[in-house]
Each structure stands twice: as C-alpha cells, then as structure tokens.
Design a protein around this ligand. Structure first.
Ligand code: URA
Length: 215
C-alpha cells in the first residue's frame, strides 16, 4: 500500500467518524463502563473478547461466591485446575485459600472470588501488561457490580494490575488503599501460591484477612 492509498483509507475512517484504530476493543470497554448492569451481561461480554489466551484455555473462569459479599478476593489468573473446572482457586492455592478463609471465620459462601484474567495464560505464565490493560476495565466493572466493602488483592500481579503501581507486594502488603472507579477499600496481601513456598509468611496474610474482616 502506498502513502496515497493509506491516506485515502484513513480519510474514509475519519469521514465515518472512527477516530481510533483499536475502536473494536475500545467500544467493548466503553460498553463495559456504561451499559453493563448485571454479572450475566458482564460474563457474556467478556466471553466474546478476542484474545490469544482464550484459544489456549479450556474454560473461561469468571467468578464464584456470594454476589452480595462485603469482601471480594482478587487473584491473578486461573491455573490448570481452575481452567479444567472453570472455577477460581480450586487447585492447591485454592485449598490453602479455603484454610485462610476458615481461620478468620469465612468461607466461599461469604465472599466473592475472581481474577484479573478470566482465562489461563499458557503454561501459567504471568499476565502481560497488554493483557492486564485489556482486562482491567472489566475487573473494575466486576468489582462495581458486586459492590464489596473490601477488596483483598492476592499477590503482586493482582495488586499491580488493580492499583496501577510499580511498587512491589512486600511494600504494599497490609496497607489499606483506594483507587478511582471503585468504592471499596483495598488491602493487598501475599498470594496463597507464595505461601505454599514460604509458609513463614502465613501470619502476615492471616493478619491482613483479619483486618479485612474488621473493614
Ligand atoms: N491463582 C490465582 O491467582 N487464581 C486462581 O484462580 C488460581 C490460582
């Protein structure tokens, strides 16, 4: 394509009122912010997102638990078992998470659980910045629809994604914070998968969950 042909195409888009070449994604995001008023609608919109991780996954993993919960737990992304079952935190990390919940008098019927990414990244790799950017508006919408009082961010990736910070989880853990777009208070803590490798940090996580319960 030469410059003149490119110019003509851009002019055509401009005449048609299209000002952004990524308008397909943007329009879904705008729709997410403005029009989605139920979890069913949100699930439907997310299921239609065109992203490579979806093609490698078995199931979409949306969210689970009490839709009227005061506490929402936000993880990173589904692992292999979550991908198989289509439910967040049902593998080894999930079993530890259930114990942490029980230690503060909670269980899955009292909280809501979701992740930054709704599909398992191939080989359980860390979500890319691009993936986080794509899904963050849907995460904010998801949180707004549940409308919890407290969001517990599980691990560095979920924390960085939600808070849009470059600070590490060691600095942020246990510190209350807020962000634009959601009314809940946020408390970051270590991810259960990290606790499986470093059990000595369990006490810190227990304290963070106790704080979250107190609100
Ligand atoms: N780790 C996560 O962050 N989320 C899950 O759902 C499972 C493991």
């Amino acid at each position: 394509m030469n410059r003149q042909e490119l110019y003509q195409i851009l002019e055509w888009f401009s005449d048609a009122g299209v000002s952004d070449v990524t308008s397909n994604t943007r329009s879904v995001q705008q729709e997410t912010k403005k029009e989605i008023s139920t979890l069913t609608e949100l699930r439907e919109i997310i299921s239609k997102i065109d992203t490579p991780i979806k093609k490698c996954a078995l199931n979409m993993v949306f969210g689970v638990g009490n839709e009227n919960a005061d506490i929402l737990l936000l993880g990173e992304a589904p692992g292999a078992e979550e991908d198989r079952q289509g439910v967040p935190f049902v593998g080894q990390s999930g079993q530890l998470l259930d114990k942490i919940l029980a230690s503060v008098g909670l269980d899955r019927t009292k909280v809501y659980i979701t992740n930054i990414l709704p599909w398992r990244p191939p080989g359980n790799r860390t979500p890319t910045n691009q993936e986080i950017e794509l899904f963050r508006p849907y995460v904010l919408k998801h949180i707004s629809l549940i409308n919890p009082k407290v969001v517990i961010c599980l691990g560095g990736t979920a924390t960085k994604a939600l808070l849009q910070t470059s600070q590490g989880i060691v600095q942020l853990r246990g510190k209350w914070t807020r962000i634009d777009g959601i009314s809940a208070k946020i408390i970051p803590t270590f991810h259960p998968a990290y606790l499986l490798r470093s059990p000595s940090q369990k006490r810190e996580v227990w304290l963070d969950f106790l704080n979250a319960v107190k609100g």
